[in-house]
Design a protein. Structure first.
Length: 144
């Protein structure tokens, strides 16, 4: 019998499901993927090709069926200064049988982030259709 997680654990489980779904998708494309320490500032995944000539960081965000996602808390300055990873992959409903991922560069995240009165920056996924399941943007790992 499967028991639903306690309310306090749902957010963490959603984040973990998103992280490992993204790692699986990148691994399928020939990339070597290493998760970093959770809840640390910066990338959630470090990614490299087989001979380690190409490297990039991925920020993974997971959510359960929302239209927007929090990007950063920015009290002063530009959003781009607070967006660290090369790629951002936002996974909607990662625990479902068919999660949806939005694949954006850090520049695209910063360009689309809207700041609220509290300094929280959000991206509205309904405005990101061109990034929906766009794994070809990252592509297959190059081999030399």
């Amino acid at each position: 019998m499967i028991v639903a997680p306690a309310r306090s654990n749902r957010k963490q489980i959603t984040g973990n499901a998103a992280l490992f779904y993204v790692a699986w998708q990148l691994s399928r494309r020939g990339w070597h993927v290493m998760p970093t320490i959770r809840n640390a500032r910066g990338s959630d995944l470090f990614v490299a090709n087989g001979d380690e000539t190409v490297f990039f960081g991925v920020q993974s965000k997971g959510q359960s069926a929302k239209d927007d996602i929090k990007v950063a808390t920015v009290r002063e300055g530009n959003v781009i200064d607070h967006v660290m990873s090369d790629w951002w992959i936002i996974t909607n409903e990662p625990s479902s049988d068919q999660p949806t991922c939005y694949i954006l560069t850090k520049v695209e995240v910063a360009e689309r982030a809207k700041r609220d009165r509290d300094g929280q920056c959000w991206i509205k996924l309904t405005h990101c259709h061109e990034f929906k399941n766009a794994w070809d943007r990252i592509g297959m790992a190059p081999t030399f």
